[in-house]
Design a protein around this ligand. Structure first.
Ligand code: BDR
Ligand code: CA
Length: 317
């Protein structure tokens, strides 16, 4: 049986890589793409999601979600990483497809209730839609199969402040709600995603397969790879969001540790993910009743990259 997934996303170049990877994976049934602000506005995210559906020739519905965080003042969009359009400023033509009338949050609730124990949520942006869904329908916590999210940093520095990762600081209140909910959650953060680099050479090889998807991904990723070269000083882009799809397809690519998670919601360390490994009891209370979640700490990068390349270059349609 295929794994039913909902990808909650703010495309975004690495979101695009993840979405195409998922569309090309016969093991997955993508119930829908739900969109959120983050790398771009939620309107642009929804347009980009429709473009990816059209480009891939799949019949996957797209839902517009939340435009602003639950509580914090919205941060500027990450145009310096993903371009103004989220696709590296490539002037991609507007998609012909239409958004669903239903909103993202109610779609998530509806699908989780419709398929209890079967739906994996894959959030690749700020966690606002997921937190709103939990707030409106707390029963979904016991009905979701798993939440596999990209975000956070435990034993490594952040990427937008010394301690915060972009998706988590984008809506820290939402992230804290999602990470402390009593549902099975896997956090795939910078501890692993910053260790896997997709190089220009690999991207050229992928483009060489000449599918419409790969030609698009090559164009879109040039700007993103250039950002990493100029700002981070590395040759290649980090494979953040596709890591979640890889985990769902083959969790043996990762080593995880169980423990409790919280997110700092204000102050200079806003957006920091705090991880209490294992079941240790602390002198200061507050951690003992939190659910045990999984955090990815190691990854087989070569195997992940080989899987990514294979999936991107092998369309199903
Ligand atoms: C995350 O932030 C966004 O820029 C990427 O799409 C990814 O989801 C990495 O910190
Ligand atoms: Ca993203």
């Amino acid at each position: 049986m295929k794994t039913k997934i909902i990808i909650d996303t703010d495309p975004g170049v690495d979101d695009a890589l993840a979405i195409v990877m998922a569309f090309n994976s016969p093991e997955l049934e993508v119930l829908g793409l739900t969109t959120v602000f983050g790398n771009v506005s939620v309107e642009q995210a929804a347009t980009n999601a429709l473009s990816l559906v059209e480009l891939s020739g799949v019949d996957v519905p797209v839902y517009k979600g939340e435009a602003v965080p639950v509580s914090r003042t919205p941060a500027p969009y990450a145009d310096f990483v993903h371009g103004d359009d989220g696709f590296g400023n490539i002037n991609w033509p507007a998609p012909k497809g239409k958004l669903q009338d239903q909103d993202a949050v109610s779609f998530i609730i509806e699908q989780v209730r419709k398929y209890p124990g079967e739906v994996t949520l894959i959030p690749l942006g700020p966690l606002t839609n997921i937190a709103r869904a939990l707030e409106q329908a707390p029963d979904i916590a016991e009905k979701v199969k798993e939440v596999v999210l990209m975000g956070g940093a435990t034993y490594v520095p952040g990427n937008v402040t010394p301690v915060a990762e972009a998706n988590i600081i984008g809506d820290p209140h939402a992230a804290d709600k999602v990470m402390t909910a009593k549902w099975p959650l896997v956090m795939i953060g910078l501890d692993v995603t910053s260790k896997v680099l997709l190089t220009h050479e690999a991207m050229d090889r992928i483009a060489g397969s000449n599918t419409e998807q790969c030609k698009f991904l090559k164009k879109a990723s040039d700007f993103y790879i250039e950002f990493y070269r100029q700002t981070v000083g590395i040759s290649g882009c980090m494979v953040h969001d596709p890591s979640c799809i890889a985990y769902v397809l083959d969790p043996s690519l990762f080593k995880t540790q169980s423990g409790r998670l919280r997110v700092v919601t204000e102050g200079i360390t806003m957006g920091q993910t705090t991880f209490a490994p294992g079941t240790r009891k602390y002198a200061y209370p507050g951690w003992e009743d939190l659910p045990m979640q999984k955090v990815c700490l190691e990854v087989d990068g070569d195997r992940l990259l080989a899987m990514l390349e294979k999936r991107l270059t092998t369309p199903l349609h």
